[in-house]
Ligand binder design. Structure first.
Ligand code: BES
Ligand code: ZN
Length: 630
């Protein structure tokens, strides 16, 4: 659409919003929806980025643990390309105190908050003079702010101090900062953060490595990033350097074990740089958060947020760190333009993660991980709607989080592995290296990627490839690469024998430590669907899966136990669900309990969530309550 028409439409929208902000008419809703569709292809943001966008954001934040609130000022430095008189930001569940324009000498200005949508929140429309450069939004978070998890001391390792951290991806940054919350815009940011002096604050920016007396910290993120990557964590944190430009933060009680677990961090960075070019963010640290953190890891730039379930003592889940590090290229350096292109972030990252693992630990380990992933993809394909098995998603009127499935991750990675096989590794690596450097600090849509692939890999090498089928069609194409692992085949045979009561003397020799996490996962997955409870108990007595402390194994085991009615695991499973907030485990376990043929499982799920929900991050609480409603 022509830009002057867009701008007229927008002015009209603001006018209607002013008139009807209490009870918005249907017309207004239609206009807002129309406006969203105009927004550079990102249907999950109201921002008028094609007219005016933030270039730099300075945050002043006061983190208050007495009432679990952040009081903030978001100072946006704007580029008003079209000379418009309104700037639109995204907001959700935050309170706006006032909006001013100018720097130094500020002047209050009018603003209006439009109709609220349960997924993407509301547009905050600020009236400006077209020459204005700075817009300052004074605000505070609320108890409905979904991005922030405020933990009581009991939920931390040290049990002495509370803790707070944010999770912005996908559309939650707008719940703690009024911002143009679309991945299609990149900004630099700085922050002045005030916390009680017992705490250390860290962000996805330059970070302090120790506490100071004032509790005031300054942060700079000089490389431009999308809004979903702005992040903060505040707690009793300690830092340990692990190399030239990397290290780990955690509560003091965990710092030694974390340092042991992530000892290979520097090697990972070196391997990643060797593969696809320089690390562009200077420092790479990891902060290990409390158990409620809803993800395994989150790639906040310069500072990956990690779940303590990764700390297994045997370094067997470090591929998650390889994954988050890989995002420093795929996702953070080259970013998906909208959440419908999410596979560009995650598919590339799973591919890259595996390449890092191969560099460090060899092809056998990398193949094991890829096979385990493929099993998960097959499970997912059976469960989800056909339409959602396409790489390019249609998320109209849906939460962008619905795109977080094995399709984006694993089908995406297998697409790239298949391309690698067809093109040859050497050519493919050269292509990827150039892809990252050509698009550094840019955003990219699926369509742009397809054209780039065609011009830089397929055409020059005369490769005939079914790209469109992989991206725009459901399911897994015929030519998908098939990866196998001899080691996994061996444990799968062991599982079959155990289930059939064969070779029991051989099995009897096994201890839990004899095989790796992934091997035991494959073992559990291979146990037949009709296995009896007696055999499960025998396995558990020998190997102690139900309380082995390794979350990946425990999760697999509990899923099978629920399915087979092996109720002895219940006390351990309940403990697990009360402690960990990682969605990867919570969602399947609660789903299995809720869909169980045993009524007592459904009741158990309801009983546990009542006790556990206060321990979960808002994202997890909402997701599990949704599962239990059905
Ligand atoms: N960026 C994701 C986490 C995410 C995705 C948060 C979508 C919110 C919305 C992160 O990099 C991730 O993929 N984490 C995975 C681990 C990975 C090894 C597959 C996780 O948490 O399980
Ligand atoms: Zn990821």
């Amino acid at each position: 659409m022509d830009t002057s028409v867009k701008s007229t439409l927008f002015t009209l929208l603001c006018f209607i919003a002013f008139l009807t902000s209490c009870s918005p008419s249907e017309k207004q809703e239609q206009n807002i929806a129309e406006k969203r569709r105009l927004n550079d292809g990102d249907i999950h943001s109201y921002a008028n980025l094609d007219e005016i966008h933030t270039k730099h954001l300075h945050l002043e934040l006061d983190v208050n643990f007495d009432n679990n609130t952040i009081y903030g000022v978001a100072r946006h430095q704007m580029v008003n390309e079209k000379g418009v008189d309104t700037a639109v930001f995204d907001v959700k569940n935050i309170v706006i105190q006032k909006v001013t324009t100018g720097q130094g000498k500020e002047k209050e200005t009018d603003y209006v908050i439009g109709q609220d949508d349960p997924i993407i929140g509301a547009p905050l429309m600020v009236a400006i003079d077209s020459t204005v450069e700075f817009i300052n939004i004074y605000y505070s978070t609320t108890d409905k702010t979904e991005a922030l998890d405020w933990l009581t001391p009991e939920l931390t390792e040290g049990k002495k101090y509370p803790f707070m951290y944010s999770q912005g991806q996908t559309v939650l940054t707008r719940t703690w900062i009024p911002i143009q919350d679309s991945p299609s815009n990149r900004i630099t940011y700085s922050a002045d953060v005030k916390v009680p002096k017992e705490f250390l604050a860290v962000m996805s920016a330059t970070n302090p490595t120790s506490k100071n007396e004032t509790g005031e910290y300054h942060f700079e993120m000089k490389q431009p990033i999308p809004a979903y990557l702005i992040a903060i964590a505040v707690g009793n944190l300690e830092y340990r350097s692990l190399g030239k430009n990397c290290g780990v933060y955690s509560e003091p009680e965990l710092i030694d074990t974390c340092a042991y677990e992530f000892a290979d961090l520097q090697k990972m960075i070196n391997a990643a740089e060797k593969l696809y070019g320089d690390y562009r963010w200077e420092q790479y640290d990891v902060v290990v958060l409390p158990y409620s953190f809803p993800f395994g890891g989150m790639e906040n730039p310069r500072l990956t947020f990690a779940n303590p379930t990764l700390i297994t003592g045997d370094r067997s889940l470090v591929s998650v760190i390889a994954h988050e590090l890989a995002h420093s290229w795929s996702g953070n350096l080259v970013t998906n333009a909208s959440w419908e292109d999410f596979w560009l972030n995650e598919g590339f990252t799973v591919y890259f993660e595996n390449r890092i693992m191969e560099e460090l630990y060899g092809k056998e380990v990398a193949d094991i991980l890829a096979v385990i992933e493929f099993q998960e993809l097959e499970r997912t394909l059976k469960k989800i709607d056909q339409q959602d098995t396409k790489l390019k998603l249609n998320l109209t009127d849906r939460s962008p989080d619905e795109g977080m499935t094995d399709i984006a991750y694993i089908k995406g990675a297998y697409f790239l592995r298949t391309l690698e096989q067809v093109a040859g590794r050497k050519k493919f690596d050269k292509f990827l290296k150039k892809y990252f450097s050509d698009h550094a600090f840019k955003t990219l849509s699926t369509e742009e990627f397809v054209t780039y692939l065609d011009h830089h890999l397929l055409q020059p090498n005369k490769i005939d490839f079914n790209t469109d089928e992989w991206i725009y069609e459901p399911g897994i194409p015929e030519n998908c690469i098939h990866i196998t692992s001899g080691r996994l085949e061996k444990v799968e045979k062991l599982a079959e024998d155990v289930a059939n009561g064969k070779n029991s003397s051989k099995f009897k020799k096994y201890k839990r430590d004899d095989l790796t996490t992934q091997e035991w996962m494959a073992f559990i997955r291979k146990l037949p669907a009709d296995i009896d409870v007696k055999t499960l108990k025998m396995i558990d007595d020998q190997l102690g899966f139900k309380n082995c402390g390794n979350s990946e194994i425990m999760c697999e085991w509990y899923l099978l136990a629920i399915e087979r009615g092996y109720t002895l695991v219940r006390p351990n499973m309940e403990k697990f669900l009360l402690k960990t907030g990682r969605l990867k485990y919570l969602e399947p376990i609660y789903e299995e309990l809720n869909n169980s043929r045993y009524q007592s499982d459904k009741e158990l799920a309801k009983k546990i969530i009542e006790k556990a929900k206060g321990n979960y991050h808002p994202i997890a609480r909402i997701s599990i309550e949704e599962i239990l409603k059905s």
